[in-house]
Design a protein around this ligand. Sequence first.
Ligand code: XUL
Ligand code: CO
Length: 440
Amino acid sequence: MAFFENVNRIKYEGAESTNPFAFKYYHPEEKIGDKTMEEHLRFAVAYWHTFTGDGSDPFGDGNMVRPWDHLKGMDLAKARVEAAFEFFEKLNVPYFCFHDIDIAPEGEDLKGTLQNLDTIVDMIEKYMKTSKTKLLWNTANMFTHPRFVHGAATTNNADVYAHAAAKVKKGLEIGKRLGGQNYVFWGGREGYETLLNTDMKLEQDNLARFLHMAVDYAKEIGFDAQFLIEPKPKEPTKHQYDYDVATALSFLQKYDLQNHFKINIEANHATLAGHTFEHELRTARMNGMLGSVDANQGDTLLGWDTDEFPTDLYSTTLAMYEILKNGGLERGGLNFDAKVRRGSFEPDDLFHAHIAGMDSFAVGLRVAHRLIEDRVLDDFIEKRYASFTDGIGKDIVEGKADFHSLEKYALGIGKIKNQSGRLEKIKATINQYLLQEFSK
Ligand code: XUL
Ligand code: CO
């Protein structure tokens, strides 16, 4: 059965195309530098938003119109797999991502849940044999069910902790079966509401124990995926432990987990933490920890996670700049952890949204590549820090200076001169590079 009858395979037609079901800038086979756009961008569809999201919000019921709406339980889960692989093929997307409960409903008990998962994973495995779409990552949802009210690996209830471990154990087995490139840990409810009833140290120690057990089990079963931590500062808890990249990094280092994990950075989580997307990417990159990206955007006027499809070209350009400077994402990719707005409730909107996101990152890639080729920022930054390449600056960088030599030098300087940071000039140049992309 075709679920998306209106839509044929989405092709690249170029910037002049007026076909809404065509890529204008994303040309998968085109080489940018030494890799094709498909290889650079490694796009993934997020199963939850696209196949299970119903548009509900705190004020309104689900309103999405989906061709599988009439089905329930395992029939619904199976129809979604069929729809998903039709969607992946039509979008020509190389990867997808899912949580366990996105693909299969919970059973009566844990045993039933694991059985449901087996049935659907069998089906997905069959589809993957003939599909080009691979698994970027999977994860366990440990936040939706009421049992996770006090968290999962940071709960006060050891029974819940054990249940969570069983879910992740299964998730690792599924990842191995389906050839997952990464495995994600987003600490859904790993945080706290108030310190008045919280043993924060025990919670964080337990979370570290949990992650070590996951590392050990992956090794035991020979699952060599890259493990990823996805930081988020708040929501659903008031204070999430993996607040931002820097916090996650110090947690990983404290508990000797840094060699087993990289970071999955989500644009909207960065802005919720009071950072730019590129700040989080840079912080991970300069520490060798940039793993993968949840490609979405937030709304600076709203204080919560809006998970919009990315369309801000300035932001995609600066993000791709960091990714290219990182030498790419290796096993990671750009996963659209993004949902169509509640008003965009028709199935066609799922295609429009992904096309918009893919084209926006394709523009970002093209512009960032030219910025790097022309050394626009590199040359400027190099000059800006030139004082550290010789004389006293060189001594500092080479560890040859101390407070005695610095004081002696400082006493002899006379009047200190600074130079302009030229921010407006740089921004104007970036605008020029962006606009040139459209006048070609
Ligand atoms: C929630 C979020 C998650 C993770 C996977 O804000 O981003 O969907 O990406 O659990
Ligand atoms: Co995410």
